[in-house]
Design a protein around this ligand. Structure first.
Ligand SMILES: Cc1ncc(COP(=O)(O)O)c(C=O)c1O
Length: 469
């Protein structure tokens, strides 16, 4: 594989490729340096000239990772399969399955004067603290609601109805969750909506795209952290900083739903006001969404019970088990960070885990695109077109493509028949914003996670060779 890509993390991926573990890279440079490198804030890490291949988790680490997830290689409905549908919902931690069952059986409610109730409230308080650690957001408020979409709607609606005049800005890269909420509540609160066009060629949006649209009276901005259709990440911190430089009072709300499973979240660095996550896409389970609100956003008028505590954003009784699973996710990332680094500080371990996840997924995507061993990559298959381009440093564990001569639905069905689960994205209300400008009715989305292996990528490439070679 070539080294022409200037992406810093590409260099990290190549670094110590022959060491059989991620630990040496972290020990050599430190998790903070790697994090800055991945974000493009530090110079690329130096490569070893004897590097023999992409850097992934060591085999025993990957085995330990996979052992912590349910249904890692077998679908409970269809049997053995490779799971490359992580953008539709990641695998669930076994600890989350156990925790969910445990709390589902507890009848007690919060806010009562008994030990069971006190225990439940302690679980919720701990989960909120754990989430703040994961998000690196010491202040603000963590709340749980119906879904990630609903969390985005609630934050955007409250911002639109509660803040002073001025337009709303967002980008065409965004999932309809934030785009729809921003358009609807801009209209209902008498504001203009400014749509920043994303770049079709790279499948992302950058500060350069936002810059010409920035103006001092901007009241609300929405930013997507990672596109679930192109798989490309967005430099949230730089866009947010540029917005604030021009419009200091602008409330900035981020859709982190696709990004959350694929690397670091650092809301202190991002300096935003709201961040939404769907836990089922971050190793927990279905049924709820999570949001972090800055103190400024949380202080705005919002729906609440008359006479209730002013700071309370949650509507009705929340599931303690849902909160408890967030602690399971954070405990898992803490374990992962501890097992691949010597960090003792909890946040540093989370950062180490995030850097390692990013590097492993990057290497898997690289193999999927350019091949591994004697398995030809997607780019070598005639007729395959990669959305966002094959050499794209913004890619986060996801490859979307179409074939000039084969229907996406047939490729998805062909892969399923060969034991590989992927998904079709159509130019509908979910993905039309990405596919329409490309003139495509649909595409095949292959979405990875850090528990996927090079063997699984090789199986995928063999199946693609069979289908399209
Ligand atoms: C970036 C992004 N935003 C919003 C959503 C909607 O999330 P949910 O259906 O969990 O509300 C998704 C779902 O995949 C997503 O990837």
């Amino acid at each position: 594989m070539g080294v022409s890509c200037r992406c810093a993390c590409y260099d990290l991926v190549k670094l110590d490729g022959d060491c059989g573990g991620f630990g040496p890279a972290i020990r050599r440079f430190g998790a903070g340096r790697i994090r800055d490198c991945i974000r493009g804030r530090a110079a690329p890490l130096s490569r070893r000239s004897d590097s023999k291949g992409p850097h992934m988790f060591a085999a025993e680490t990957l085995a330990a990772i996979r052992d912590r997830f349910a249904h890692v290689d077998t679908c409970p409905i269809t049997g053995p399969r490779v799971f490359f549908e992580n953008a539709g919902g990641a695998l669930t931690l076994k600890s989350v399955v156990e925790t969910t069952a445990t709390f589902a059986a507890i009848p007690d409610n919060q806010g009562r004067a008994n030990p069971a109730s006190t225990h439940l409230m302690q679980i919720i308080a701990k989960a909120r603290d754990d989430m703040k650690l994961l998000l690196n957001a010491p202040g603000g408020q963590v709340i749980v609601g119906e879904s990630g979409t609903e969390m985005l709607y609630r934050m955007i609606r409250s911002a639109a109805m509660g803040t002073g005049p001025g337009p709303v800005i967002g980008s065409t890269l965004e999932h309809p969750a934030s785009r729809s909420a921003a358009r609807l509540w801009a209209e209902r609160s008498g504001r203009n909506y400014i749509a920043v066009a994303h770049d079709d060629a790279t499948g992302t949006v950058t500060p350069d795209h936002y810059r010409p649209h920035l103006r001092p009276d901007l009241a609300i901005a929405t930013i997507i952290h990672t596109s679930p259709v192109t798989g490309m990440g967005v430099d949230v911190a730089t866009i947010a900083a540029e917005i604030r430089a021009v419009a200091p009072k602008c409330l900035i709300i981020v859709d982190g739903i696709q990004h959350a499973a694929h690397g670091l979240i650092d809301l202190t660095a991002a300096g935003v006001d709201g961040y939404a996550i769907s836990p089922y896409k971050m190793f927990s389970c279905h049924g709820y969404g999570v949001a972090w609100l800055s103190d400024r956003l949380a202080a705005l008028p919002h729906e609440a019970l008359v006479g209730g505590p002013a700071e309370n954003w949650e509507l009705g009784t929340r599931d303690t088990g849902a909160y408890a699973t967030l602690s399971d996710v954070v405990a898992y990332l803490d374990w992962l960070g501890g097992s691949i680094s010597t960090e003792s500080d909890p946040r540093a371990r989370i950062e180490a885990a995030g850097a390692a996840i990013h590097a492993h997924e990057h290497a898997l995507c690289d193999a999927m695109l350019h091949g591994t061993g004697n398995h030809a990559g997607l780019t070598a298959l005639p007729g395959v077109q990669i959305i966002g381009g094959a050499e794209n440093p913004a890619r986060e564990g996801l490859v979307s493509f179409w074939h000039d001569g084969l229907a996406s639905a047939d490729i998805v069905a062909g892969l399923e028949a060969r034991g590989l689960r992927v998904h079709i994205r159509k130019a509908d209300h979910y993905s039309g914003n990405i596919l329409d400008p490309l003139g495509r009715p649909d595409c095949v989305r292959v979405s990875l996670a850090h528990y996927n292996s090079l063997d699984e990528v090789a199986q995928f490439l063999d199946a693609m060779q069979d289908i399209a070679g």
